[in-house]
Design a binder for this molecule. Structure first.
Ligand code: TXA
Ligand code: MG
Length: 329
């Protein structure tokens, strides 16, 4: 691995954006904030930069990456939009939505970034720093979450640093992110299909489309070697401590990830954090990965997680928690 790089950390500023653009242009790796989670960016058109990115993350190379762009025109140069895809882009971009579309013939994104698929995942983030970098760079930037593959996604620059220090060139620190879970991924196939629930609630998309989204096939949820979306690997977003879902009781030695009013008996827990004491799902999403990381350091027997409602951002939160709860070898 390319451990041993010195990783520069810069607070967000015009100078940091310029340094990010310079580094990307040289094939380097730059972590930067988006509204969902911190991304690890590389020049999408530079296959060796993309290879370095897979290596820095320890990511299986069959997992395709999202190409981030500054505007719809740039998106249309790499992906073929049909009417419905265009409607979704106009309604929700910039924002936490990724569209998977057929690649255009002139698509400049490296095959390695799309893992040889004839489709491409495209996202136009709304975060001011991400947009500034994309605009100034002027080419698509692939950016998976800026964590070691399989770890919890980073929502602060400190999370990025703890996973990737010494493996990447630059971290632009823009403070904690706003949404806290990754973008919603929609496959724009014959009928739009929800590939990964995320920062844009399903209900809002269905409202714009005027119909229900197709559900991804159930086997996309397994550890199949060609997942439709890698966030779909059954075990992903994983703390080291075992996770127990829908906890209605708490045992001694367990840590509690609470939502709304903590369980009776939580005063005996090894540690307690509350995703949202007022039962707000948006606040819970923003806190989710930070709190999982925090509880993972408590040497608890188990992280017990209280039930989370499944509507709005709750669908993405529950998806990530289910994956965090899958036991790994
Ligand atoms: O919010 C986000 O989407 C963050 C920020 C940094 O933008 N990025 C992110 O990237 O979550 P990543 O690489 O962790 O997840 C990208 C997902 C993967 O599950 C991948 O399999 C899926 O997008 N994906 C990429 N290209 C695809 C394609 N052509 N077809 C189906 N899924 C695709
Ligand atoms: Mg990820």
């Amino acid at each position: 691995m390319n451990v041993g790089l010195s990783t520069l950390i810069l607070p967000s500023s015009e100078a940091a954006v310029a340094e990010a653009v310079r580094t990307l242009g040289q094939g380097g790796l730059v972590a930067f904030p988006t509204e969902t989670v911190y991304g690890l960016g590389a020049d999408a058109t530079n296959a060796s930069a993309v290879a370095r990115l897979y290596q820095a993350k320890g990511r299986p190379a069959f997992n395709p990456l999202i190409s981030h762009v500054a505007d719809l025109g740039a998106a249309e140069r790499i992906g073929r939009f049909d009417g419905e895809a265009l409607r979704l882009a106009r309604a929700f971009w910039p924002g936490p939505l990724t569209l998977v579309l057929p690649r255009t013939r002139g698509c400049t994104v490296a095959e390695l970034a799309t893992a040889g698929l004839d489709t491409i995942a495209i996202r136009l983030p709304s975060h001011a720093i991400a947009r500034a970098i994309l605009q100034a760079f002027g080419k698509p930037v692939v950016a998976p979450s800026a964590n070691i593959s399989g770890h919890v996604s980073p929502t602060t620059a400190a999370h990025v640093q703890s996973d990737l220090q010494g493996r990447i060139d630059l971290i632009v620190d823009g403070g904690p992110v706003e949404v806290g879970v990754e973008s919603t991924i929609l496959g724009c196939f014959d009928a739009p299909m929800l590939l990964r629930p995320g920062g844009l609630p399903r209900e809002e998309i269905e409202h714009v489309l005027g119909r229900r989204l197709e559900q991804a096939p159930a086997d996309a949820e397994s550890d199949s070697p060609q997942p439709l979306a890698s966030g779909m690997l059954a075990s992903h977003y994983a703390p080291r401590t075992p996770v127990r879902l829908n906890a209605t009781t708490i045992a001694p030695g367990e840590a509690l990830l609470a939502f709304d009013t903590p369980l009776a008996g939580s005063e005996y827990a090894a540690a307690v954090v509350n995703l949202s004491a007022r039962g707000d799902l948006n606040e819970a999403a923003a806190n989710l990965f930070d709190y999982l990381r925090a509880l993972d350091t408590k040497r608890a027997r188990t992280i017990a997680v209280m039930p989370i409602p499944d509507h709005g951002l709750g669908e993405a939160i529950n998806d990530r928690l289910r994956r965090a709860a899958v036991r790994r070898e």
